[in-house]
Ligand binder design. Sequence first.
Ligand SMILES: [Zn+2]
Length: 411
Amino acid sequence: MAVHEKTALANEDVRDHNLGLVLTALDHDGPAARAELATATGMARSALSNLSAVLLENRLVRVSAAQAERGVGRPLERLELDGSDTVLAGVYLQLDAIVTLAVDLAGRVRYENRVDALTPTGDPQPVVAQLCEAIERCRGALAAEKVTVRSLDLIIAGFVMRGSDAVRYALDFGWTDVPLKSLVAERIAPFPDGIHLAGDTQYAAFAEYSALKATDAAADLESIVYIRSATGIGGAVIADGEIFGGSKGTVFVPGHTIVDPRGKPCECGRRGCLVTVADPELLVDRAGLGDLRRASGLPAALAELVGRAAAGEQPAGTVLDDAVMWIRMIVDTAIMLAGPQMVVLGGYLADVCDRIREMPEATLDTIGVGGLTGSQAIVPARLGDVAPLLGALTLRRRRLLAAPGRGGLLG
Ligand SMILES: [Zn+2]
């Protein structure tokens, strides 16, 4: 490559980076005037006019309809994210529902749908067919608005190694090593930016983290530990504002952390994992709610368990107290090992958050952010089952915003 070609490439990279700074500032802080953007990005005003012209021309930003009034003269022109032609979709497969969500570059929801999932039989094909139907319904609805969906995040309640195209295991579905990405890809037309397969927990954690950080009380939040129990016990760590993934995405698996080396054998092949004493299915069965679980599903049985324990009924109360003790132990360990500012509890743990908060102060006084200290820094998850999709699509959007040229958004 000749020297001048390298220089041209470098200049283009610099411009893309600078365009990314402007888009990211608008995403983070909302509509802003060019002068405010110059301050926020540390760039000269003249550079800002050039960059904003490029972004306006490519319809990545637009002039905000909400004009900030100035005392005298004409109103100040503010820019806001547009990107309404750039739409990213995600589909979340869980035991009882398939949730589909599509957002545009500014994060505006463009499509949302939920269907009851088929009861899994162990054979992936019926589930894959239902998934593909949900995906095509989303793509069809957006095609009617003349919008092409660029990419698909395919998220499953299960475990996927980082960068893998197969589901390593999804116990809810009885799946081990299912090549879900190719099973879906061979049934539907390709997406320009591809299909990305991932498990649900880390993205759910990232979404909960982002929602907390957007509040005034936790504006300085950088790290959380997220523990969720719905059909097993999963978790994730957000450190320095990013998903802490370990080398294979296998970091922080609370359910298979050994709490009793002499305990019962676990389905993972070891002994005394947390799930051998506090798995939600085990709890509802112990509380005499096995029939309800089989008839109405685990979420309903867990809700009944929590309700009965709150009303002081036995054996629900004792069973839940026992579970809370184990979960508390793992929360305590996670605080000591990961040093988070906050702990977020999802699934049925959100409903027993108050009980779990009653921890020794020696542990609790190491956590906290802004106005939230000690037990106030242990909070219930708030986003429900759309969280993994929100997390995945936020990260995908931010990647495009940070380098719009590389993402193919400049004509
Ligand atoms: Zn285990």
